[in-house]
Design a protein around this ligand. Structure first.
Ligand code: PLP
Length: 411
């Protein structure tokens, strides 16, 4: 008998975004369906920045001669990329992160799941509610979530994020071991201000907790003085791992590259109380289970830090912010509650009629042919909301707005 990981029994049968894709595939088969405009999408439409494309072409060329061929690379990532990240993402902001604390990944999603390998199996977990579903699903797969009771897992502490508090999380009432924080947040689009991060770091220090800080969307922050990194809070290096991605900033959703910062100051303990740094453990884990991100994608990622690359990142993120801003304005004009779309590519919208998330999702799909993501899929506190994204062409965004405007007027 093949015995399987029992924890999968506790997962919802399909991942949220897979479920939405299935509903949309069915919709497209309907006889009188309008051509679908996907405003639910978390993928970027491209195109790839030309600095990246050029660097990747050059990297491929290098591989074609014996002298410059690259086989297995360092599991932690090439020095050229780790160094430039340390210098530009952190050094320029006066945040002392050493290249040896930066681990190049094949994207944020993998590392979010993989980090569970180095933490005690019975660690307790807190997540923002609503939040990116991978945090909960990863915790379930690792056996940290307990049983599903209604919509919630018995072993997870849900940190309510409500509109009255700009979707900032409540601090856990009891002690938890691991806290997943996402800022700018997917799905609410809210960015945690400095004081909120300071509270979280203080909590983590007092309670000896670990913060896993997902800042996959930091490149969208435009408002001055909003923190882009948790390390802007003093002492955060003792309690926080930071995860970043080139997916939404450089068009890497398909290429795959990101990085994880594991500061040497974070110390964990074995059962016999022997201390060990998380940096040592993560390095050990990676050398066994990961053979490094591809040389080609790392060369492409490094190009994002050139003058031209930085300009292209700015242009790309500006483009999606503009779309998100237009969506935001339209819903605001119609009197719906909106957050995001300013320092985030996501727009988080609550309807004024008391419709559930799925009712709103279905109405906008059926009547406008516009797909959104039901907020309840991100957690109980997401009920009543939908998420739209700016990851689209301007043309599609304008088309969607035209269609939505008509029905928002009638509602
Ligand atoms: N973290 C958040 C908050 C996300 O929204 C996403 C993707 O949508 C990811 C991580 C995954 O990013 P990557 O493409 O680097 O795996």
């Amino acid at each position: 008998m093949i015995r399987v990981n029992n924890n999968f029994e506790e997962l919802p049968a399909v991942y949220l975004f897979t479920q939405i894709s299935r509903i949309l595939a069915k919709y497209k088969e309907e006889k009188d369906a309008l051509p679908l405009i996907r405003m639910d999408i978390g993928d970027i439409p491209g195109p790839l920045p030309s600095s990246v494309a050029r660097a990747m072409h050059e990297a491929v060329e290098e591989l074609t001669t014996q002298e410059s061929f690259k086989g297995y690379g360092p599991e932690q990532g090439y020095a050229f990329l780790r160094n430039v990240i340390a210098e530009k993402d952190y050094g320029e902001r006066n945040l002392p992160i050493d290249p040896s604390e930066i681990f190049i990944s094949d994207g944020a999603k993998c590392d979010l799941g993989n980090l569970g390998d180095i933490l005690a199996k019975d660690s307790t977990v807190a997540v923002m509610d609503p939040s990116y579903p991978a945090y909960v699903d990863d915790s379930v797969i690792d056996g940290r979530a307990g049983k599903l009771v209604g919509n919630k897992y018995s072993g997870i502490t849900y940190l309510k994020c409500q509109s009255e508090k700009n979707f900032c999380p409540e601090l856990p009432e009891e002690r938890v071991d691991i806290i997943y924080i996402c800022s700018p947040n997917n799905p609410t689009g809210s960015v945690l201000p400095y004081e909120e991060l300071e509270k979280l770091v203080k909590y983590a220090k007092e309670n000896k907790s670990l913060i896993i800080f997902d800042s996959a969307y930091e490149a969208y922050i435009r408002t001055p003085n909003l923190p882009k990194s948790i390390y802007e809070v003093s002492g955060a290096k003792e309690v926080a791992i930071e995860i970043r991605s080139f997916s939404k900033t450089g068009g890497f959703t398909g290429i795959r590259c990101g990085y994880t910062v594991v500061p040497k100051e974070i110390v964990g303990y074995y059962n016999d109380n022997t201390p060990i740094t998380l940096n040592t453990l993560w390095n050990r884990r990676q050398t066994t289970k990961f053979n490094g991100a591809s040389y080609i994608s790392q060369k492409g990622a490094a190009a994002l830090y050139t003058e031209e690359g930085r300009k292209e990142v700015r242009e790309m993120t500006d483009r999606f912010l503009k779309n998100a801003g237009m969506l935001r304005e339209m819903f605001e004009e119609a009197g719906w509650k909106v957050t995001g779309g300013v320092d985030s590519p996501y727009v988080w919208v609550g309807n004024p009629y008391g419709w559930t998330s799925y009712e709103t999702f279905e109405k906008l799909l059926k009547e406008c042919g516009v797909s959104t993501t039901p907020g309840s899929g991100f957690g109980e506190e997401g009920e009543g909301y939908i998420r739209l994204s700016g990851f689209n062409s301007l043309e599609n965004t304008e088309k969607a707005i035209d269609r939505l405007r008509k029905i928002l007027k009638q509602s």
